[in-house]
Design a protein around this ligand. Structure first.
Ligand code: BG6
Length: 303
């Protein structure tokens, strides 16, 4: 069944030698991109990029070797899409954390081979179950561009007659050589909400380094750089249409408690999420469209 579906998708949207549809674990469909500049793997469930590796580089996106691949379950790693709320639902804790988009299968709309990379357009149709949990007509689409840079553009249109309050994030897990040796630049001097300290407010001093559990929402619209001396590279994290940057590492105790992450898994990842969360949520007027855009690239660390 899954094989038949992947064959049909291949016939319609496959790009010879560049984009192949495959049936992954639990019959979940995946796309494998192979280009001279990079390779990538994308799951149709959640429109989740699971891997992106520019040629000659170690993987830039981290996916837990213990991740579970099952229908309706979030995968630990890659780039989960949090939408239309970020974190726990504000009024109903029974609703899934980080919203409805990351555990549903998306539809392929179009694919193309361009000079900058492989372009993939996906959309999420809100089924009855999703509409029961979140009764707001809206259209959601994602454009991926996979090449020397990885670009994501997540577009929401409010199809309702009422304004729409939207929380969202591109919850990117970056692969690092050693969390205790990296630094994150671009958030200096900015206010943040510290979820580890129960929502206390703080003001960032110098560049961030990591010595323990970190879970913060920075009110930031700008670019970040993730300096990694062990992998001798700098990951550039650009964004637009995003008023918050979430920085998350669960550290040892929480990694241990999570069934889909090795105890020391936290050492090789850092989430830097381009988001609209907390007071940076966005409100869309009826008919209005909003795009959350992010672009990642790698440069060698000089000196
Ligand atoms: C981060 C949140 O974005 O995602 C954390 O700030 C949360 O609070 C983390 O623990 C992981 O969430 P989940 O639902 O994928 O385990």
């Amino acid at each position: 069944m899954a094989n038949q579906r992947s064959e049909k998708l291949q016939a319609r949207f496959g790009l010879t030698g560049e984009l192949a549809f495959e049936s992954g674990p639990d019959g979940l469909l995946e796309m494998q991109v192979t280009r001279p500049e990079a390779t990538a793997r994308i799951a149709l469930q959640g429109a989740q990029v699971l891997d992106w590796t520019p040629s000659g580089e170690a993987p830039v996106i981290w996916c837990s070797p213990e991740a579970r691949y099952a229908r309706g379950q979030a995968v630990r790693g890659g780039i989960p899409i949090c939408w239309p709320w970020f974190g726990p639902h504000a009024d109903d804790p029974a609703l899934p954390a980080h919203g409805l988009a990351r555990t549903r299968e998306w539809r392929v709309e179009a694919t193309a081979s361009t000079y900058e990379g492989t372009q993939i357009d996906l959309s999420l149709v809100l089924d009855e179950d999703a509409q029961r949990q979140w009764p707001h007509p809206a259209t959601l689409s994602l454009r991926l561009q996979i090449g020397r840079w990885l670009t994501l553009a997540l577009t929401t249109r409010n199809d309702d007659t009422r304004p729409l309050r939207l929380g969202e994030a591109l919850h990117t897990y970056f692969h690092v050589g050693d969390i205790e040796r990296v630094s994150l630049l671009g958030l200096e001097g900015l206010p943040y909400i510290d979820k580890v300290a129960g929502g206390e407010r703080g003001l960032q001093g110098a560049a961030l380094s990591f010595t323990g559990e970190t879970d913060r929402i920075y009110l930031s619209e700008g670019e970040c750089q993730l300096l990694d001396p062990m992998l001798a590279r700098n990951i550039i994290i650009e964004k637009r249409g995003s008023g918050a940057t979430v920085v998350w590492n669960p550290w040892l105790e929480k990694s241990h408690a999570m069934g889909d992450m090795a105890d020391d898994g936290y050492r090789e990842m850092l989430c830097v999420e381009s988001a609209n969360a907390a007071e940076a949520e966005v409100t869309l007027a009826p008919g209005e469209t909003h795009t959350l855009w992010a672009r990642y690239g790698v440069e060698p660390l000089s000196g």
